[in-house]
Design a protein around this ligand. Sequence first.
Ligand code: PGA
Length: 240
Amino acid sequence: MKVIKTQNYETLSKEAAKIFIEIIKKNDKAVLGLATGSTPVGMYKELIEANKNGLDFSKVTTFNLDEYIGLSKDHDQSYDYFMHDNLFNHVNIPEENIHLPKGDGENPEEDAKKYENMLKESGGVDIQVLGIGVNGHIAFNEPAEELKVETNIVNLTESTIEANARFFNSEKDVPTKAITMGMGSIFSAKKILLLISGENKKEAADYILRSGKIKTECPASLLHLHPDVTVIIDKEAFGE
Ligand code: PGA
């Protein structure tokens, strides 16, 4: 696990974008694994700038990690909407190259299987960006005794619902279920970029970077087992 420490969120975003840009420059058909949440937004802004300055996204493919169950694509808190608002509407990625798990299907379990198959058929994600939950989750793989391997349907933990309530009118409006890539789906990416920003992530960051241990109760800690992970962490999250 390679660790890059940055002074602040802005430099974290620039470092992260640099790594994505390098990959796209090397391979204009790169398969990008994308994430929602506030952490990658700065990196997406940098990618939009790079696109304006000539970096071509017309042949890349994207796969997102997760989606709320019960929200349609046009709901302003759906991850589909978020991704269009923060990235897809501003770069030249063709709509047909964009993949997100379906949150409002008749049969979520079936949709999870289909998504996993699409991911496999893509030939694998070249680079996956991840944020981290205050509880150490990655995508919606919540702390638990056992973690799922493939894309599946999960119940969100109370702490995740609380953390995400800031985006909804009230906590009761936050969906309680999500469709998410599993740990195996995430680990199938050739390269993983974990972004950790802000003081509220310090406890999870400490466990991952200082304990020398892994546990399923901190899903992100299992990233120590992946052969190509870069963590970019800002001072607030890393501490002294
Ligand atoms: P955040 O969410 O980037 O909004 O902090 C990250 C996550 O919950 O995975």
